[in-house]
Design a protein around this ligand. Structure first.
Ligand SMILES: O=C([O-])CC(=O)C(=O)O
Length: 160
């Protein structure tokens, strides 16, 4: 998938929503990625993230509302490697990751607010495929997200 979000914005100005107000870091080996939105909402507990990235993700991006917590990491190299095996296009986490040097070697997009060395707890808490909102944008399961070094945008339909 080759695109630049700036062009997608210019060409679809009437239907795109643009995430604003945060500085995002791109840790994955894939710098431009996009696809159908799947959502998880959780707080410092990556049970749902791990479980869902263990299912088929071809053409999909997992978008996680982690409440902007940088106190522990919702993804690391093991979960990300599993996501690559399952064909996920990328992961966007409103929260933190770890194992960043390994994430950089993987063919998947990983955008987060930052990194921290400690892993998250797993208490089997969190919600799957509900509408989530951060950066002024509501991410709806089944709609589309595109991300690159310029930022993150959503659209109600596929743009590519
Ligand atoms: O296991 C975790 O919770 C996160 C992690 O470090 C990994 O995915 O390798």
């Amino acid at each position: 998938m080759s695109f630049v979000t700036c062009d997608l914005c210019d060409d679809n100005a009437d239907i795109v929503s643009v995430v604003t107000g945060h500085h995002w870091f791109s840790y994955g080996g894939r710098k431009a990625f996009g696809g159908e939105i799947v959502t998880v909402k959780c707080f410092e507990d990556n049970s749902r993230v791990k479980a869902h990235l263990g299912t088929d993700g071809k053409g999909k991006v997992l978008v996680v509302d982690g409440g902007a917590s940088l106190r522990n990491a919702l993804i690391g190299d093991m979960i990300a490697e599993n996501a690559v095996k399952n064909g996920w296009e990328g992961v966007i986490i409103y929260g933190a990751c770890r194992d960043v040097d390994e994430l950089a070697k993987l063919d998947i997009g990983v955008m987060t607010l930052g990194c921290v060395p400690i892993k998250s707890v797993r208490r089997d808490e969190g919600q799957l495929n509900i509408d989530i909102t951060f950066g002024g944008v509501t991410f709806r399961p089944g709609e589309y997200v595109y991300a690159d070094n310029n930022g993150i945008i959503t659209a109600p339909k596929a743009l590519l």
